[in-house]
Design a protein around this ligand. Structure first.
Ligand code: COA
Length: 258
């Protein structure tokens, strides 16, 4: 790979912080960043954090998109492989067992917004600007953006964002459900850290089941989704955390989860 790492992963109190550190290019996703994200999320499978936070370094951006310099040289065949590679990485992030929080500030554009969309929760600082500007480059989103944007904000708003390539503010993104929470810029890291620690303190098995069922809901009809929910509900009853949680309530004491 050569050179300095462009992605760092720090683990603290069962929370993994995945940090993209290529601020001179507004953290654009080049092949090295993609490779390192693949490695980091691969390793995290074994390290089993209870929550993951993804963020970018520098004042100006979460991630300003896929690397335009690299894309400019791609043939259609290479572009397809690049798209599939990013999609598979983002599927792995989406399917990571523990919840993943995107902490976004500044620009979250193109592949950057697609990365955030693959996360479970998006917390944005009030200076964030979000968009899918690919249309202005003569291309379209290729890391799952067309599919996940539609699922998050609905078909009309997804069409508007992808067709127009417009950038929208954090507040506007909150109104359409594109982000889940907006906080003052200076508070982003502490708010996300508090949220991540809160989730890391929950019974991990139940949280994983909740994530899996909520994710499955995006691809299932209501009846099948409810059957899936019943299976997961039953699984939680097979885990010691449910015995402890239910009993602790009845005994009016704090539960001690595994
Ligand atoms: N890929 C590669 N490099 C990028 C990049 C990207 N997606 N986005 C920004 N950069 C680089 C710039 O080339 C510049 O590098 P340089 O200093 O070596 O020239 C550096 O990051 C700073 O960006 P710059 O454009 O000078 O900052 P700005 O304040 O004028 O504009 C943006 C900021 C985000 C509006 C602008 O960089 C932009 O439009 N980026 C591309 C966004 C995009 O289309 N993303 C989707 C790609 S599929």
């Amino acid at each position: 790979m050569g050179g300095d790492a462009l992605v760092r992963c720090d683990m603290e109190d069962h929370v993994a912080h995945v940090v993209i550190q290529r601020p001179q290019a507004l953290n654009a996703l080049n092949l090295q960043v993609l490779t390192e994200l693949e490695q980091v999320f691969g390793e995290l499978q074994d390290r089993a954090p209870r929550c993951v936070v993804v963020r970018g370094t520098g004042e100006r951006a979460f991630v300003a998109g896929a690397d335009i310099g690299e894309m400019e040289k791609m043939t259609p065949t290479e572009a397809r492989s690049f798209s599939r590679r990013g999609q598979i990485l983002f599927h792995n992030i989406e399917e990571f067992p523990a919840p993943v929080i995107a902490a976004i500030h500044g620009y979250a554009l193109g592949g950057g917004l697609e990365l955030a969309l693959a996360c479970d929760l998006i917390v944005a600082s009030d200076d964030a600007q979000l968009g899918q500007p690919e249309i202005n480059l003569g291309i379209i989103p290729g890391f799952g953006g067309t599919q996940r944007l539609l699922r998050r904000v609905g078909p009309g708003m997804a069409r508007y964002l992808v067709f127009s390539g417009s950038r929208i503010s954090a507040e506007a993104a909150l109104r359409i459900g594109l982000v889940d929470r907006v906080v003052p810029a200076g508070d982003l890291l502490s708010v996300v850290d508090t949220l991540a620690r809160e989730l890391a303190g929950k019974p991990a098995f139940a949280l994983q089941q909740a994530k899996a069922v909520l994710r499955a809901a995006e691809h299932m009809d209501l009846r099948s989704g409810c059957e899936r929910e019943a299976d997961a509900f039953a699984l939680t009853f097979a885990h010691p955390d449910s015995r402890e949680g239910l009993r602790a309530f009845l005994e009016k004491r704090q539960a001690k989860f595994a």
